[in-house]
Ligand binder design. Structure first.
Ligand code: COA
Ligand code: AMP
Length: 633
C-alpha cells in the first residue's frame, strides 16, 4: 500500500471522529458541531448531532458569498430536444429561491415530503434544491418507473406535494407523465394535496385546478426565500430502492453528514477542484444522479453537466465525446453499460476521433460490475485512467475506489480497488469468521458507517436494524459477496439477495415475481437475472401455469411481459416470460434459482444434493434453448 493513501486511510479508521471533524471544517455551518459522533445507540449512529446547516446553502449561497456568483454551476444539454442552457450560481439560486417560495405558497414546510417525478431538465434540479432550501424532504422517483411504483412511494413517504413535468423523451417515444401520475394518485391510499407540473414546450397538457397547477402558475406570487436552519440529523431526502422483497426501502440521508462526506469525495476520490467541469451521465432518479449530478459537484462549487440523452442513438455513439469536448469536461462518471453500448455501436472509436478531448482526465464507472474488456477498450480509446468503483444507494458515495485525488493506485482489472477512507471493509465467511486474503464471503463494513451514509430507513428503524445490521453483529451487511486480496483490493462478485443490475439500474427479482404471481393463470414463477453482453444482466421469468388453463402460452407470456411493464415500468427491461412445466426445487420446496441461472448462463453447476427431481433441469434446459436463451450444445 502506498504511503500517502494508507496514512489517510488508517487515520480514518483509527480515529474517525478526528478525521470527520477535520472534513467538517470545509463546509458551511450556521452552528458548527461540537459533538462529532454519537455512538450511544448502535446501530443508530449520529454524526454532527449539534451542528446546524442547510444543504442548499452549501450548494449555492456559500459559493456566491465567496464571490463566485458568476461562475457556471449547471450546464444543461439535451441532444434529445436540441435544448442547451447554462446557469451561473447566482442564476440557479435565483430560480431555486423563487421555487422555494412557490413551495411555501403551497403550504410546504420543513419536514414535509415532496415527490419529484421528472425528466432530466434543470427544473428537476431546481425542485430538489428548493426542497433543501426550506427543509422539505424530497423523494425523487425515476421516470422509468410505472404508476404502481410511484403510488407505493407516495404512500410510504406520505408526500404532501408532487412535482412533475408534462413529459419526458426517450429515443423514439414520448413518455407522457400526466397519465402515469394520475394513475398513481388514484392508486395511492395517501392523498397528496397538490401537483405542480412543468409544461414542456409543445407538449402542454390539461391541468385540473386548483389541485393541479403549472410551474408558471406556482411562481405567480412566489417570493425569494432564504435557507432555513436545519439540524444536522434532520433528513435531506428519501430515495427508494429495491429491497429483498417487493416493498421498496426508503433510504434516508441526514443533512450534515451528507454535505461533509460528498464534498470530501470530490477532491479525494475524483480529484475535482472548484474550477473543474464535472459530468455524471446518470439520471437524477438514481443515487448516482442525486450525489454526483446535483449535490457533490455543487457542494464543491464546480460546474456540473445535466445531460438529457443516451450514450448511443442521441444522435449517435459520439454523444459522450461531444459533451466532453464542448464543455471541456475533466472527468466523467457513468455506468459500464453506457460504455458497452458505445463499444457495441462504434468498436473502433470512429466517432471519438472527431472530437478534442484534451481536457479529459479520467473516467469513473460504477453501478454494476465493470467487465475488464470494457475497461481496457475505454482505456485504449481514451488514453486516461478508467476507474471502477463500488457503492450503493445505501451509502450515497463510494465504499471502494481508487482515490485519485489522494494518490493514484494501479488498476487490477475486475477489482473495484481499495476501501475508501471511512469504510472498514471486511469479508465474513459462511461460518461467521473473518476471511483471510482471497477467501470469498459476504462483504460487510464495520460500524459505524462514515457520514453521508444512511442513518436509518424512512419510518422503519426495525427493518433497518434487522435487514442490514443484525446478521453480523457490529457490521453493515452490503448484500454483495466477494473477496479482498493480499493488497487490499476488493473484488465484488455477486449479490447475495434477489437484487439484479440491469443497465446499472437496481431491480428486485422478487418484485417482478410478485407481479407475475398476480396473473390469474400463473401458479408459480421464478425470475432470474441472466448475463447480458450489453446491460450486464437481464431479467427472465419462468412461469408454471395453473391446472386447466386454456389460454395459449404465447398470449400468457405477452400478458406477463406487459404486466411487469405496467406495474414496475419499462426500466425493468422485462421482455421474456417462458411457460415451463415445473420449477426445480429442493425437497423442502425452495426454488433452485441459482442453479437455473447457471444453466441459463452456460456456467458449470453441481447437481444440488437436495434437488427434488433432477430431470426438471433437463426440461428447463430444453425450454431455454427453445426460447433462444441458451444455445443447443
Ligand atoms: N423514463 C421513462 N422510460 C425510461 C427512462 C426514463 N427516464 N429511462 C429508461 N426508460 C425506458 C427505455 O425507454 C426503455 O423502454 P423500451 O422498453 O420502451 O425501449 C426501457 O426503459 C429500458 O431502458 P434501458 O435499460 O435504459 O435500455 P435502452 O435500450 O433504452 O438503452 C442504454 C440502453 C445502454 C443506452 C441505456 O441503458 C443506458 O444509457 N445505460 C446507462 C445506464 C445508466 O446511466 N445507469 C444509471 C445508473 S449509474
Ligand atoms: P445501487 O444501489 O443501485 O447503486 O446498486 C448497488 C449495487 O450495484 C451494489 O450493491 C453492487 O451489487 C452493484 N455495484 C455497484 N457498483 C459496482 C461495482 N463497481 N462493481 C460491481 N458491482 C457494483
Amino acid at each position: 500500500m502506498s504511503d500517502k493513501f494508507s496514512k489517510i486511510y488508517d487515520l480514518s479508521i483509527k480515529d474517525p471522529e478526528k478525521f470527520w471533524h477535520e472534513a467538517a471544517n470545509d463546509i458551511f455551518w450556521f452552528k458548527k458541531p461540537t459533538k462529532i459522533l454519537n455512538k450511544s445507540n448502535p446501530p443508530f449512529y449520529k454524526w454532527y448531532e449539534d451542528g446546524v446547516t442547510n444543504t442548499c446553502y452549501n450548494a449555492l449561497d456559500f459559493h456566491i458569498d465567496q464571490g463566485k456568483g458568476n461562475k457556471t454551476a449547471l450546464i444543461y444539454d439535451s441532444p434529445i430536444t436540441g435544448n442547451k442552457s447554462k446557469f451561473t450560481y447566482e442564476e440557479l439560486r435565483s430560480k431555486v429561491s423563487k421555487f422555494a417560495g412557490a413551495l411555501k405558497d403551497q403550504g410546504i414546510n420543513k419536514g414535509d415530503r415532496v415527490i419529484i417525478y421528472m425528466p432530466m431538465i434543470p427544473e428537476a434540479v431546481v425542485a430538489m434544491l428548493a426542497c433543501a432550501r426550506i427543509g422539505a424532504i424530497h423523494s425523487v422517483v425515476f421516470g422509468g418507473f410505472a404508476s404502481n411504483e410511484l403510488a407505493s412511494r407516495i404512500d410510504d413517504s406520505k408526500a404532501k406535494l408532487l412535482v412533475t413535468a408534462s413529459c419526458g423523451f426517450e429515443p423514439g417515444r414520448t413518455v407522457e407523465y400526466k397519465p402515469l401520475v394520475d394513475e398513481a394518485i388514484k392508486q395511492a391510499q395517501h392523498k397528496i394535496s397538490k401537483m405542480i407540473l412543468f409544461q414542456r414546450k409543445g407538449h402542454e397538457v390539461k391541468l385540473n385546478a386548483p389541485m393541479e397547477i403549472s410551474w408558471d402558475e406556482a411562481h405567480a406570487n412566489a417570493k425569494d426565500t432564504d435557507c432555513v436552519e436545519m439540524n444536522s440529523n434532520e433528513f435531506a431526502y428519501i430515495l427508494y430502492t429495491s429491497g429483498t422483497t417487493g416493498t421498496p426501502k426508503g433510504i434516508v440521508r441526514d443533512i450534515g453528514g451528507h454535505i461533509v462526506a460528498l464534498k470530501w469525495t470530490m477532491k479525494n476520490i475524483y480529484n475535482i477542484d472548484a474550477d473543474d467541469i464535472w459530468w455524471s451521465a446518470s439520471d437524477i432518479g438514481w443515487i448516482v444522479g442525486h450525489s454526483y449530478i446535483v449535490y457533490a459537484p455543487l457542494f464543491k462549487g464546480c460546474t456540473t453537466v445535466l445531460f438529457e440523452g443516451k450514450p448511443v442513438g442521441t444522435p449517435d455513439a459520439g454523444a459522450f465525446w461531444k459533451i466532453i469536448s464542448d464543455y471541456k469536461v475533466k472527468s466523467l462518471f457513468t455506468a459500464p453499460t453506457a460504455f458497452r453500448a458505445i463499444k457495441k455501436e462504434d468498436p473502433e472509436g470512429k466517432f471519438f476521433s472527431k472530437y478534442d478531448l484534451s481536457k479529459f482526465e479520467s473516467l469513473f464507472l460504477a453501478g454494476e460490475r465493470a467487465d475488464p474488456d470494457t475497461i481496457k477498450w475505454a482505456e485504449n480509446l481514451l488514453k486516461v485512467p478508467v476507474i471502477d468503483h463500488w457503492w450503493q444507494t445505501e451509502t450515497s458515495w463510494a465504499i471502494s475506489s481508487n482515490c485519485t485525488g489522494i494518490e493514484m493506485m494501479k488498476t487490477k482489472y475486475g477489482s473495484a480497488c481499495k476501501a475508501v477512507p471511512g469504510y472498514d471493509v471486511k469479508i465474513i465467511k459462511s461460518d461467521q469468521t473473518l476471511a483471510k486474503p482471497n477467501e470469498m464471503g459476504d462483504i460487510v463494513v464495520k460500524l459505524p458507517l462514515p457520514p453521508g451514509t444512511f442513518p436509518t430507513l424512512w419510518n422503519a428503524d426495525q427493518r433497518y436494524k434487522e435487514n442490514y445490521m443484525s446478521n453480523y453483529e457490529g457490521y453493515y451487511q452490503t448484500y454483495d459477496a466477494g473477496h479482498i486480496d493480499e493488497d487490499g483490493y476488493i473484488w465484488i462478485m455477486s449479490r447475495t439477495d434477489d437484487i439484479i443490475n440491469v443497465a446499472g439500474h437496481r431491480l428486485s427479482t422478487g418484485a417482478i415475481e410478485e407481479v407475475l404471481s398476480e396473473h390469474q393463470s400463473v401458479a408459480e414463477c421464478a425470475v432470474l437475472g441472466i448475463a447480458d453482453k450489453l446491460k450486464g444482466q437481464l431479467p427472465i421469468g419462468l412461469i408454471v401455469l395453473k391446472a386447466g388453463v386454456d389460454k395459449d402460452n404465447e398470449t400468457i407470456s405477452k400478458e406477463c411481459v406487459q404486466m411487469v411493464r405496467d406495474k414496475i415500468g419499462p426500466v425493468a427491461a422485462f421482455k421474456v416470460a417462458i411457460v415451463i412445466k415445473r420449477l426445480p426445487k429442493t425437497r423442502s420446496g425452495k426454488i433452485l434459482r441459482g442453479t437455473i441461472r447457471k444453466i441459463a448462463d452456460s456456467v458449470e453447476y453441481k447437481m444440488p444434493p437436495t434437488i427434488d427431481d433432477p430431470a426438471i433441469l433437463d426440461e428447463i434446459k430444453e425450454d431455454l434453448i427453445k426460447n433462444n436463451i441458451l444455445k443447443s450444445a
